[in-house]
Design a protein. Structure first.
Length: 437
């Protein structure tokens, strides 16, 4: 993706499903030409069923719809749910579906974790919210706290170009010596506001560290304070080092982490880093009202990010992710106010431990954690590096049913794309690089 800042954008913060779902569903209902959606999770609950109904209605009035779901996060979709979509003409694709082994899902690593919507190439949504009822407060104590943004302006064209490439169906006939098609940088869309922005992705080829690098640069450049709210927090040692350095030079660094996690190991892992960070002056606040699922941050009034990327080994070293980086004083001030309100009313601050001599166990634990964080990006290359597929299931096929590829994968991170041309025709196959995801 482009590394150039795009000016003239407008961002609207969407907090939780109460704000996000109506905005997305209304945009789909008003779509005239095209809807592109990528999501990690799509469940058949009241949220997923409403999205399903919106997509069916749009497809029946002639809107072209492409929906990409992850084969791990959305593995429970039924043949009836899928069949209604494909019958209406929705192009449904599944990222790397795999059959279960003894009832367990085996495709844990290198997931498609992005959450993107683009409508008519004019309006986009980027964030961390999946299509499931646990993003609504009425779900109960396990309802998630999360964030997304609605994007208007020239940056939408970049997001649209990326999503089109991710969902492309044409065979990849370009040779190694040929230049890739130039993506539209958004010059054709009129300005919608004053925000400068970047659309930043992480993949397993050319953009392995882009999102983490933007975090590090922002912390290094900040002069007053940084607030990071992140659900799954176990970052690499370089990012930890930047946080500690910033706190030691007198900058206020505040972390909002899970106090009531959806998975207990999340809090346990993050807590291993508390002492290391607090000794440098980093403040830690645990969100205790319900599980935190957000992935947002703000530095001074000059920088903010909202997206799908956690600050843990899976997001920073394995998964496919997407964030927006925003320079806009109005938006950043609003996001800061929302996060400070969260800390004041829904968090407890973890008191820094008194200075004391650490025992051998604590030194040993710190040693192991430090070297794990330092080496994990290299170790990630040893994890299963199969060529992930993007399959289009038949109208009555379960997402994790058996697949019979017609051709072997080529290249380190090549994805096979299988698309149903019609209910009566067989599937065609094409190849795409993982950058398309």
């Amino acid at each position: 993706m482009s590394s150039r800042w795009s000016a003239g954008n407008h961002f609207t913060l969407l907090e939780n499903g109460e704000a996000f779902f109506p905005a997305v569903f209304n945009a789909i209902r008003q779509a005239q030409r095209e809807v592109l959606i990528e999501t990690f999770i799509l469940f058949e609950d009241k949220v997923g069923n409403e999205l399903h109904a919106c997509l069916l209605e749009a497809a029946r009035r002639g809107v072209r719809i492409n929906l990409l779901v992850d084969g791990f996060g959305s593995s429970e979709l039924t043949p009836e749910f899928i069949g209604a979509l494909t019958k209406a003409g929705v192009q449904l694709q599944v990222f790397d579906p795999q059959p279960r082994f003894l009832g367990f899902r085996t495709n844990v690593f290198r997931r498609m974790h992005r959450k993107i919507v683009v409508v008519d190439a004019q309006l986009a949504f980027v964030g961390g919210i999946n299509y499931s009822a646990d993003h609504l407060a009425d779900f109960g104590p396990q309802a998630k706290q999360d964030y997304a943004v609605q994007v208007e302006g020239p940056l939408v064209a970049q997001i649209h170009g990326f999503a089109q490439k991710a969902l492309a169906h044409t065979p990849a006939t370009r040779r190694w010596f040929q230049r890739a098609p130039r993506q539209d940088e958004g010059s054709q869309l009129p300005a919608a506001g004053d925000a400068e922005a970047l659309f930043v992705t992480r993949d397993n080829r050319r953009h392995r560290t882009d999102i983490e690098r933007h975090y590090r640069v922002a912390i290094r450049a900040a002069r007053r304070d940084v607030i990071i709210a992140n659900a799954y927090f176990f970052p690499g040692y370089r990012l930890l080092k930047e946080m500690r350095r910033a706190a030691r030079r007198g900058m206020r660094v505040r972390l909002i982490l899970q106090g009531e996690p959806d998975m207990p190991i999340v809090k346990t892992a993050a807590a291993l880093l508390y002492d290391h960070l607090q000794r440098a002056g980093v403040e830690i606040h645990e969100y205790c009202k319900r599980p935190l699922h957000g992935k947002v941050a703000v530095a001074d009034d000059q920088w903010a990010t909202v997206g799908s990327s956690n600050l843990d080994p899976l997001s920073l070293s394995l998964n496919l992710e997407a964030n927006v980086i925003i320079r806009d004083k109005g938006f950043n001030t609003h996001l800061r106010e929302r996060l400070e309100d969260l800390m004041e009313h829904c968090c407890k601050q973890i008191e820094a431990p008194a200075e004391r001599k650490r025992g051998m166990f604590e030194w040993g634990r710190s040693f192991l954690v430090f070297h794990f964080l330092r080496r994990f990006p290299a170790w990630a290359g040893w994890l299963p590096a199969h060529a992930p597929r993007v399959d289009a299931p038949g109208p009555a096929a379960p997402l994790n049913g058996p697949h019979e590829p017609q051709a072997a994968a080529s290249g380190h991170d090549t994805a096979h794309v299988v698309r149903e041309q019609s209910r009566m025709a067989g599937a065609t196959r094409a190849t795409e690089t993982s950058d398309a995801h």
